[in-house]
Design a protein around this ligand. Sequence first.
Ligand SMILES: [Zn+2]
Ligand SMILES: [Zn+2]
Length: 164
Amino acid sequence: MVFDLKEVFERDGAAKTVSFELAISDIELDSGYPFSTPAQVTATASNKTGIVRLYLDVSFVYNRPCDRCMKELTTTMEYSFEHRLIASLCGDDDGDYIETPDFSLELDELVLSDILLELPLKFLCDEDCKGLCPTCGHDLNEGDCSCDKRTIDPRLEALKQLLD
Ligand SMILES: [Zn+2]
Ligand SMILES: [Zn+2]
């Protein structure tokens, strides 16, 4: 989606909104496809006293297994992003702007990189998820298993003695 921003840049007080769907379901992350539906995107650009800002509201369905118990989770994520747009960079700059020299902006890539940067690194079904038993793989959220949790790997036992 190319966002034409000429009229927004040219007039103080102008604003423009576009809504579109961004196809993201073919994106692979951590050897899975976490996006089962397109992302719904609403982009608004507004000019206030000559300063043009872009507001992005994004929502999408996110599927990913819990990092501890591997249970498949489906969550609707809603994010908002804000960017400052300028027609061209003049002089040195801190780089916190998006340059739009021909008053148009390709939104797909921008939205996608915003989403990927914002996704949580850790994803748990619950803060207190107990995870899986390292011995038998039983989901410890569903109750204890019969494995002896005190069993220590002999190599770790040797290390423990060294550290004591
Ligand atoms: Zn879990
Ligand atoms: Zn077990």
